[in-house]
Design a protein around this ligand. Sequence first.
Ligand code: AFP
Length: 345
Amino acid sequence: MADSANNSTPTGIITIERHILMEQERFPDSSGALTNLLYDLALAGKLIGSRTTRAGLADILGSAGHENVQGEEVQKLDVYAQRTIYQLNDHTGRLCCMASEEEKDIIPIPEHYPTGDYVLVFDPLDGSTNIDYNVAVGTIFAIFRRRSASGPGTSVDVLQSGREIVAGGYMVYGSSTMLVYTTGHGVHGFTLDPGIGEFLLSHPNVRVPEKPKYYSVNQGYEKYWTEGVRRYTRWLQGEEGSPMSLSLRYIGSMVADVHRTLFGGGVFYYPADTRDPKKPRGKLRLLYEAVPMSYLIEQAGGYGSTGRGPILDVTPESLHQRTPVFVGNREIVEKAEELIARYDR
Ligand code: AFP
């Protein structure tokens, strides 16, 4: 629990609202728009988390396409997550547009609402194919400042590199619901206390541990990897003259796998797939998954790479562009770059 003189309330408890306000104090001229935007995302996390933990009741209370006991149509969880984030943010005057992993095009702000200075990109429910197995899923987000002068946001506003992010983070809906975020001044983790419905600061100033524990990859696809990625994996296992000897953990929800990497140390990777012509650049989306997570992990002292250079240096050319991803302890991710450069010319 946080206990620095600056951060403490009289009770020692710091809510997400108070923390976001304290972050705002770093910028005396700020309008408060970013603060409120982050607070609305925390609210979205509470709503989505509450619905996610009841997912197993869908068949009892009514499944998608049916009505639940209240007579409301039950939505699929990813549709619910998408709508929740959209509806909390479409009318506030803080955004000029949004973009989501679930929507093909840029999501405009309705004409009858004002537009604002920021852009929100998000993956509303990452790992949603895991829900049927009661496995942790999550929401990923990043916020940019708009580049165009005024009016509706355009691709110029959305297609920005990770170097331009002003805030990013994720919510993970697991054995507890957590929100982890950064505004470029360290990474802070909050755990939802379901009794009072508040996110409380539980992990201030998160740093990727120096001693890594795990490597995390879908090893079932090894036969489709390049030589460099295969050799890298052997290096992580302690072969190829490596001092490493990491355990393997893989969930298949990027949020949960990166969360463990952030707190436990190691590397999560989803490399290019030489078999599938649709995945020559991997599976994960640059804008909604790779960029926010790389920004966060770098703020915690780690590194995010495509395997050939920093993810944060890549300017997206299209909304749903995919990329290979390697995130975790810096020196371990740099080893991937070294072996890929040597063996995958
Ligand atoms: P879904 O959202 O379709 O479940 O995909 C999750 C995801 O985009 C990411 O969260 C995982 O890291 C990755 O896909 C898992 O993919 P594989 O099933 O191919 O390992």
